[in-house]
Design a protein around this ligand. Structure first.
Ligand code: ATP
Ligand code: I3P
Length: 281
């Protein structure tokens, strides 16, 4: 019997990294660091909060990590990607930027498209910016630096896609965007809030979480017209294992060297915001 072709769509993230696999799976372009994370996560308390990992396959000479397609059990779902944490680049990337700076023209173009005043004189002369500088600018322009997470984009149940959140920064702006995403449904907000609280409990007891710097990872929110909701952690391409003498509590503010990423602080703020939305109804 031929397996049913699965539904999948991507709202944000690098284009061309994914293929739809068989039996409710997705193939994501292979990344060794991400594979290491998934292998550990399959043995961790976080397992119910990440897509199941099914190993590596090769297609047209390219390797892929095979993971569950989280949209499988939804009917024309709404999907939202929120990047977690107060820092979106690794400490390692800062060191590389200092030792071997490689200013990027594409990031300069993306920066001036949003704010022509943002580049320094030197950046303007070079028409290029360092990646870490671009990432820091994105963090302070959005809610990453002040709330510990940001909305990257979403698709609503009516099919409308919104990805213009680079300047969505204040609590009020975030709440307005979230309300738009859930089409003002308190039932959906309640479902997401319950799941986020469960996730927080799992994170607080997770060995994986205590021993990794989790940067650039997202929460994928999914719901559909039936009222079904789900949230999963995705994108572990930049989650890095800490050296044995170090752990992270994910709430302590970052200073270079402590590897803290603000993930749990961001989750606390997210939970407060959803709580607030419910209390306003
Ligand atoms: N397991 C999954 N099930 C369903 N959709 C997924 C899954 N993993 C990723 N996606 C979709 O693909 C998008 C991009 O995913 P992801 O962040 O893993 O890719 P990426 O190429 O590493 O992105 P980035 O540009 O942030 O590095 C997500 O926002 C989501 O819409
Ligand atoms: O959202 P934007 O403004 O388009 O910026 C991108 C975003 O920050 C991605 O997370 C990042 O990939 P990584 O997280 O994998 O570093 C990418 O870097 P890249 O261009 O070097 O891939 C940036 O260009």
């Amino acid at each position: 019997m031929t397996p049913k072709k699965q539904q999948w769509l991507q709202v944000v993230g690098h284009a061309g990294n994914f293929h739809v696999g068989d039996y409710g799976t997705l193939l994501k372009r292979f990344c060794k660091e991400e594979q290491q994370c998934y292998l550990r996560l399959m043995e961790d308390t976080l397992r119910p909060f990440v897509p199941a990992y099914h190993g590596v396959v090769q297609q047209d000479k390219q390797d892929y990590n095979v993971i569950d397609n989280l949209l499988t059990h939804f009917d024309s779902p709404a999907i939202m990607d929120c990047k977690m944490g107060s820092r979106t680049y690794l400490e390692k990337e800062l060191l590389v930027a200092r030792e071997r700076p490689q200013p990027r023209k594409d990031m300069y173009e993306k920066m001036v498209a949003v704010d022509p005043e943002a580049p320094t004189d030197q950046e303007r002369a070079q028409k290029a910016v360092l990646k870490t500088r671009y990432m820091q600018w994105r963090e302070t322009l959005s809610s990453t630096a002040t709330l510990g997470f940001r909305i990257e984009g979403f698709r609503k149940t009516n099919g409308e896609c919104l990805t213009n959140f680079k300047r969505t920064k204040s609590k009020e702006q975030v709440m307005e965007a979230l309300d738009n995403y859930v089409a003002s449904s308190t039932q959906i907000v309640w479902g997401y809030l319950t799941r986020l609280k469960q996730l927080r409990e799992a994170l607080e007891t997770s060995d994986f979480f205590r021993t990794h710097e989790v940067v650039g990872s997202s929460l994928l929110f999914v719901h559909d017209w039936t009222g079904r909701t789900g949230i999963w952690m995705i994108d572990f391409g930049k989650a890095a294992a800490l050296p044995p003498h170090l752990t992270c509590d994910h709430r302590t503010p970052w200073v270079e060297g402590n590897r803290e990423d603000g993930y749990l602080w961001g989750l606390d703020n997210f939970i407060d915001i959803l709580d607030n939305m419910l209390s306003l109804t």
